[in-house]
Design a protein around this ligand. Structure first.
Ligand SMILES: NC(=O)c1ccc[n+]([C@@H]2O[C@H](COP(=O)([O-])OP(=O)(O)OC[C@H]3O[C@@H](n4cnc5c(N)ncnc54)[C@H](OP(=O)(O)O)[C@@H]3O)[C@@H](O)[C@H]2O)c1
Length: 236
């Protein structure tokens, strides 16, 4: 039986302090969960007693293990962290590219490993990957490779960690603070260009991904899937 009610559940969102992860944390709180939102800079004051902030660095195995020791038993894990890795192989040396893999792939790997010891058997893991895994564009070989690896990691773990369910969300372009460093005209042009390309006619909002994450946490018949939340970019 499935319900979108998360009352009594504990949810951990790594990358839960900004953008997509923050929206997922807030939607989980609104559905009744107690939520831990973790990132490197988690020293924020919480607007809600059901939402707690914790520090973790996905590039450090010991930091990830310490987070899950502090958290203890919980029900749902969401991984939504990591910078975008732009640059062609001509531009990015392996030394420059490796930190992206360290954060998003090995960080997710270590988090899944540590979480698997403490997550409830009827719980779930949701990995936020990215549609660059299958929608290719210039300057994105690392984004493609990392997100493809995450899709494979999710499916394989849905078998190994069953009955815990493991799913991946592959967002398209979502307007988040990840793009705050861009000049306004570049950022606005990127969002407008995406809106003009995709069938949905707009770029994504963090809430679009958050509602998908809540669906994956609560629908107990969905596991081993990759859910595209992208306005239809994969079909154009
Ligand atoms: N926005 C998009 O268009 C888009 C599209 C496809 C996929 N995605 C994916 O969606 C996920 C979230 O992206 P977003 O757009 O929401 O980005 P965002 O607003 O920049 O949020 C990223 C989050 O990750 C945390 N983080 C970064 N490095 C970390 C580390 N080493 N250890 C722990 N936490 C870390 C950040 O907090 P701290 O800086 O405090 O650590 C922040 O909470 C990413 O995996 C991204 O690749 C985004």
């Amino acid at each position: 039986m499935s319900s979108t009610d998360l009352a009594g559940k504990r949810v951990v969102v790594i990358g839960g302090t900004s953008g997509i992860g923050r929206a997922i944390a807030e939607h989980a709180v609104a559905s009744g969960a107690r939520v831990v939102a973790a990132s490197r800079t988690a020293d924020q004051s919480s607007p809600n007693p059901q939402l707690a902030f914790e520090q973790v660095d996905l590039t450090s195995t010991s930091s990830i293990e310490a987070l899950f020791e502090r958290v203890g038993a919980f029900d749902h894990l969401v991984l939504s962290a990591g910078p975008g890795a732009m640059g062609s192989v001509r531009e990015l040396s392996s030394d420059a590219a490796r930190p992206f893999m360290d954060t998003k792939f090995w960080g997710y790997y270590d988090a899944i490993r540590a979480a698997a010891e403490r997550i409830s058997a009827d719980g779930s893991m949701t990995l936020v990957g990215g549609g660059a895994s299958r929608k290719h564009a210039p300057g994105r070989p690392m984004m493609a490779a990392i997100n493809a690896a995450i899709e494979a990691l999710g499916k394989a773990n849905a078998i190994d960690l069953a009955p815990v369910r493991v799913n991946v969300i592959a967002p398209g372009l979502v307007d988040t603070p990840a793009y705050a460093g861009l000049p306004d005209e570049i950022r606005d042009g990127m969002l407008a260009g995406y809106a003009a390309t995709v069938p949905a006619g707009r770029a994504g909002l963090p809430e679009d991904v958050a509602t998908a994450a809540l669906f994956l946490m609560t629908n107990t018949f969905v596991t081993g899937t990759v859910l595209d939340v992208d306005g239809g970019v994969q079909i154009v």
